[in-house]
Design a protein around this ligand. Structure first.
Ligand code: AHR
Length: 682
């Protein structure tokens, strides 16, 4: 009910805007815009002729006249551990609570035990048998009664189930040690039993009646021993997201488990890598960069819950993980070098956010000597990523972790949203980081996360903008007048917040309109990225609504807003030609136009947020030849149309040949649509 009312209000707002009824609230600025006027390149067209009656809309593009350059790295990705983005998302690990650290009260959450045909036993988390000092807990399994056909089964239920697919080879691994009798010093008698296994490992359905894949370990002994196994499913397996991972024992005694892991095939077969379907969706976005590792996740709720990069490198048994600010614990399986692998897999560069001494619960380190260790930590981090493996300490550590080549790093952001810091000392903290980083790495471009950084001039400011569609529509000129001589801009987080868990078409329309304004201003806006990127759509999976890509453990889908991003990033030139829109009646059509000078490709993007089709005469000036091209259209039949895990492709772009293009041609932009027209104009 509430939703329907909300939809009606949104729809009325859009229709009111189209019919011109919003004029009084827009005020004098809008009155000026509503005259027949020539607008700057790509400003939304809201025109009316002097009598108020309809006049044909004309978009004139002076193809041979450039008004601005387009940033070559405009479109990118923003990421952090939120909504089960990595654990339970991109990071392909399937076992949940793999190191038995997820419960503050040491409950073996996501683990259970089942007795088969009269087997008896129990599980509990203990700290008596640590694998390493970083992974102090292990799962103690005590098998009291078992035998052939009477297995004690230890079960992990994964992230809302274990996904199992046909003809797939999974890599299971864990550490195990078995009990051994010890001599009682007083009595001299041996106590306890020896446990040598072997253990059976399987992928099963939820109630254990179907075994999809099965393997057996060798005998175990009293020392920690790493087991690696493959579990291969047959071609006849029906895909399910409700599988279970099971380790079972047919012998009595005790054994301990640590760091239990299960990976499906990963993107590019990267060890400790990423989910294939999600990576394919990201690759389609052609991201130039990834802003990492957050977001609030950089800061943590407290200083000791920040993203402590040094704790996220090296072998997994030495990564403790940490509580994150989004209500669940992070394994840190997705560590700093995994972020680099992610960038490399997508051909994107990292935009590295370093912790700047401020955490979400207002813990703030005083600038000066107390901040020095954090500044040094950032310098170490940069050296770890970029330092020579032979001549720098941290470069050598990177090489030891398996990444001999330095990583490409150009942009470093100092903090995240430090304008929330009530102590108001970001300017001083930024200055300290700025001076230290620029002294050692003058080639780096520094991004201030707040415009409060004034004592030193950052190379870029990071602006964040979460709004509803109307707020974006009203603010499309936001960057038009900004000083071109000052710092550049990184729109490091933004989204039209319409729809949940992922944006509906209203969200996509607001996004596309905002992207036309960023594209038009991309001589100033070097980069932008939508946030958040991911959401696990299972109950409890979402901490922040309106996220670009949704998934469960088996499948993923792109929202309409995702497809808008794909369309924009895949069709972009290197310059903005001069353009002007004139003569339409009550038309609101945000647009942007770019041109690739080498190929002569012209990309016109037009957003029609209204309920009626809008025909525009497109005049191409300053060209001698125009070739056919294509149109890519994303449209909805209702503005609240959306994609979902059950209906993943309801709203997807449609590509058609763009025929009859000439130096002057008419084009009807459908209601509720986002259109890219691509043509070659030389
Ligand atoms: O994107 C969600 C959150 O919004 C980010 O973590 C934070 O930077 C912003 O407030």
């Amino acid at each position: 009910m509430k939703n329907t009312k909300h939809r009606q209000i949104i729809r009325r707002t859009i229709e009111a805007r189209i019919s011109g009824r919003v004029l009084p609230i827009i005020g004098s600025l809008a009155l000026a815009l509503f005259q027949s006027l020539e607008v700057g390149a790509g400003e939304p067209a809201r025109t009316r002729d002097a009598s108020g009656s309809a006049a044909p809309s004309t978009l004139t593009i002076q193809v041979d006249e450039t008004v601005a350059k387009v940033s070559p790295i405009l479109h990118g990705l923003m990421t952090e551990e939120i909504n089960y983005s990595y654990d339970g998302g991109l990071y392909a690990e399937l076992i949940r609570n793999r190191a038995f650290l997820d419960s503050a009260t040491n409950e073996p959450v996501h683990w259970s035990v089942a007795n088969q045909s009269g087997a008896e036993g129990r599980i509990r988390i203990v700290a008596t048998h640590p694998l390493t000092d970083k992974l102090p807990n292990s799962l103690e399994v005590e098998v009291k009664a078992a035998g052939a056909g009477r297995n004690l089964r230890v079960i992990n239920d994964g992230y809302w189930g274990i996904p199992v697919k046909p003809s797939t080879t999974y890599h299971a691994s864990f550490y195990v040690r078995g009990d051994t009798p010890t001599k009682n010093r007083k009595t001299g008698k041996e106590e306890g039993t020896r446990f040598e296994g072997p253990l059976a490992v399987s992928l099963e359905n939820a109630d254990g009646t179907i075994v999809f894949a099965h393997a057996e370990t060798p005998a175990v002994n009293r020392h920690w021993q790493k087991i690696d196994l493959t579990l291969a499913t047959g071609a006849d397996v029906k895909p399910t997201g409700e599988g279970r991972f099971v380790i079972s024992a047919a012998n009595t005694g005790k054994f301990w488990l640590s760091l239990v892991s299960l990976f499906p095939p990963t993107f590019h077969d990267r060890p400790n890598g990423f989910r294939v379907d999600i990576m394919e969706k990201l690759a389609a976005m052609k991201p130039n960069f990834i802003r990492l590792p957050g977001g609030n996740y950089v800061e943590g709720n407290t200083l000791w819950e920040r993203f402590d990069w040094k704790a996220t490198i090296g072998p997994l048994p030495f990564r403790a993980g940490h509580p994150s600010c989004w209500s669940y614990r992070s394994t840190d399986g997705m560590g700093l070098l995994e972020f680099m692998g992610w960038c490399e897999d997508l051909g994107a560069q990292p935009v590295l956010a370093v912790f700047a001494g401020y955490s979400l619960k207002q813990q703030c380190v005083e600038p000066g000597p107390l901040l020095e260790p954090y500044v040094q930590d950032a310098l170490d981090e940069i050296e770890f990523l970029t330092g020579d493996a032979k001549t720098t300490y941290w470069g050598a550590q990177r090489a030891r972790c398996g990444h001999a080549e330095p990583c490409k790093l150009t942009y470093v952001e100092v903090g995240n949203e430090d304008y929330f810091d009530k102590s108001g000392n970001y300017d001083a903290r930024y200055t300290q980081f700025h001076d230290a980083i620029k002294a050692k790495y003058p080639q780096l471009q520094l991004i201030a996360t707040s415009r409060e950084a004034k004592t030193r001039t950052p190379d870029l400011y990071d602006d964040h903008s979460y709004r509803n569609p109307d707020a974006f529509y009203k603010d499309l000129q936001h960057y038009d007048k900004e000083d071109r001589k000052g710092p550049k801009v990184f729109v490091g987080e933004w989204a039209t917040r319409e729809g949940s868990p992922t944006p509906n078409f209203l969200g996509a329309l607001g996004d596309a309109a905002w992207m036309t304004s960023m594209e038009r201003n991309s001589d100033l806006i070097v980069m932008h990225c939508y946030a958040p990127l991911f959401v696990n759509v299972n109950p409890g999976g979402m901490q922040w609504k309106t996220d670009l890509i949704g998934y469960n453990n088996l499948e993923s889908y792109g929202s309409p807003a995702y497809y808008a991003q794909v369309m924009f990033a895949n069709h972009i030139g290197n310059v903005t030609p001069k353009s002007a829109f004139a003569g339409a009646t009550n038309v609101f059509l945000p647009y942007s136009v770019t041109r690739q000078t080498q190929t002569g490709k012209l990309y016109l993007k037009v957003v029609n947020p209204g309920a009626t089709s809008q025909t525009v005469n497109i005049e191409l000036k300053g060209v001698t030849g125009i070739q056919e091209g294509k149109s890519i259209t994303l449209r909805a039949t209702d503005p609240t149309d959306t994609n979902s895990i059950t209906e993943p492709t309801k709203v997807v772009p449609v590509t058609e040949t763009l025929k009859a293009v000439a130096s002057s041609f008419g084009y009807a932009f459908p209601p509720w649509s986002i259109t890219v027209l691509e043509m070659t104009a030389k």
